[in-house]
Design a protein around this ligand. Structure first.
Ligand code: BGC
Length: 457
């Protein structure tokens, strides 16, 4: 347990490190194509066109097969994944890519399918993973992945990826994953045109009290204030996680994971009260919608705000909407000054069916070109600090600045801050709370889950 809190402290160090490396912001705008998607494309075969290669790693003989497992099925997610496939194709144009996706935001369905495959000795070559507890607890500890430390040296990633991020993927001097990008989980997105019509201006930051004042005005204007799509309960758990951070602040939030902030502390209970109050402002059909369907509702203007990681940005890009014209963002109320890390990486499966192609895939994921193509479509910022900022739009430059100067905190909802059992217990407690709004029971459930996981007092 101690080691993970050390790792988390190391993530904080990354802020310092990055502020030293981050170049000055020169925003431009990222362009896009049409609408969103929620259904589950099962394992499809992809063969995207290959853009001109800028770097060609010592390639395998060519051909072969690469199975990439992820939960990237929404419009923006699929486009971004395709950009990585395109980069891989520059290294091996004749390889067959098997795009194995399992729909369900946050990996809510994918992780279970993957565990079954891994337990049955049928691993894909590589899969999507969050650093921290998810990678180290679910895959490294069980021996499902091989280290890729040598790639950090041969590709120079050790010099361009913040040490704090690498630490979240490391054990005993070995590194087990490469990141494609780093999402900021604590965004509050809004439909700017609807707010303009209602005469409401949102400042560069928003307190929790301000949020409720604005929500009342929106409601009085006949529009639903909050857009939620929680067919996957993680989306509601994230609304709570963000509200928790916004209420107790980054230091006490960090304390939750090392036992110094008890889950029944008065300020944690205050966050639960506030979260309960927020639920009164959400759309009535939330439990019938996925996260991206909720974002679609926001775009259509039938609700205004959504507390969501910046994969939401990918949906705006996909729909061709413009930053600060059609949509806007602030940090989730109370969380300005914090960056909730939700990073996405890929691994080398132990017994990967096609190790050579997977090596090329991991090189594509970690490459400058790959990250410059993927992240503008995905909404995340590159894990590399040597990218050309001019290739990124207003939002990304804002987020890069936040990463460089703000308190970096790990997400529990997206697997980094705590073990899977706690993550599950949180989802269960949120599901119950949505119905009974019982703060004491909510707090007691989390106190018990933290004790069971070994980090509660
Ligand atoms: C992942 C993102 C993804 C989001 C919604 C998160 O857990 O890190 O890449 O877009 O879930 O599916």
């Amino acid at each position: 347990m101690k080691r993970y809190s050390t790792l988390i402290s190391l993530v904080l160090l990354a802020a310092v490190l990055l502020s030293a490396c981050a170049p000055a912001a020169t925003p431009t705008q990222a362009p896009p194509p049409p609408p969103a998607e929620t259904a589950a494309p099962a394992a499809a075969t992809e063969a995207p066109a290959a853009p001109a290669a800028t770097e060609a790693p010592a390639a395998a003989a060519g051909g072969g097969k690469l199975e990439v497992f992820s939960w990237w099925t929404s419009g923006g997610e699929a486009d971004a994944l395709n950009a990585l496939f395109n980069q891989f194709k520059t290294y091996n144009p004749s390889a067959e890519i098997v795009n194995a996706t399992v729909a369900g935001g946050g990996g809510s369905n994918a992780r279970a399918v993957l565990q079954t495959r891994l337990a049955g000795g049928d691993p894909p070559d590589t899969w999507q993973v969050h650093p921290g507890f998810e990678l180290m607890g679910q895959y490294v500890a069980s021996g499902f992945v091989d280290p890729i430390t040598d790639l950090y040296k041969s590709e120079g990633w050790d010099k361009v990826v913040p040490a704090g991020l690498i630490a979240q993927m490391s054990k005993d001097g070995q590194i087990y994953g490469v990141l494609a990008g780093v999402h900021r989980g604590n965004g509050l997105w809004y439909n700017k045109k609807v707010l303009d019509n209602l005469g409401i201006t949102v400042g560069p930051t928003m307190s929790i009290d301000e949020f409720f004042q604005v929500a009342e005005k929106v409601k009085a204007g006949g529009v639903t204030p909050l857009c939620v799509g929680d067919t996957g309960v993680w989306a509601s758990a994230q609304l709570f996680e963000n509200t928790l951070l916004g209420t107790i602040g980054p230091e006490k939030y960090q304390g939750l994971w090392n036992g110094t902030t008890p889950f029944d502390a008065p300020e944690v209970k205050q966050a639960m009260e506030t979260y309960g109050k927020m639920l009164d402002y959400q759309n009535s059909d939330h439990s019938a919608l996925s996260w991206d369907q909720a974002i679609k509702k926001l775009m259509e203007g039938s609700c205004v705000f959504s507390s969501m990681g910046d994969w939401a940005y990918g949906e705006f890009v996909k729909a061709g909407l413009k930053d600060n014209t059609d949509f806007g963002w602030v940090s989730h109320p109370g969380t300005a000054g914090s960056f909730m890390i939700v990073a996405d990486g890929f691994v080398m499966a132990k017994g990967a069916p096609d190790k050579d192609n997977n090596t090329l895939w991991l090189k594509a994921v970690g490459s400058k070109e790959g990250q410059e193509a993927f992240n503008p479509l995905k909404g995340s910022i590159p894990a590399r600090t040597d990218v050309d900022r001019a290739k990124f739009g207003v939002y990304h430059n804002w987020s890069m600045d936040s990463f460089a100067k703000d308190a970096l905190v790990p997400s529990v909802v997206h697997g980094s801050a705590a073990p899977a059992d706690f993550q599950q217990a949180l989802n269960d407690a949120v599901t119950t709370f949505i119905v009974d709004k019982n703060v004491d029971a909510f707090a007691a459930a989390l106190v018990k889950a933290a004790k069971d996981a070994g980090f509660g007092k």
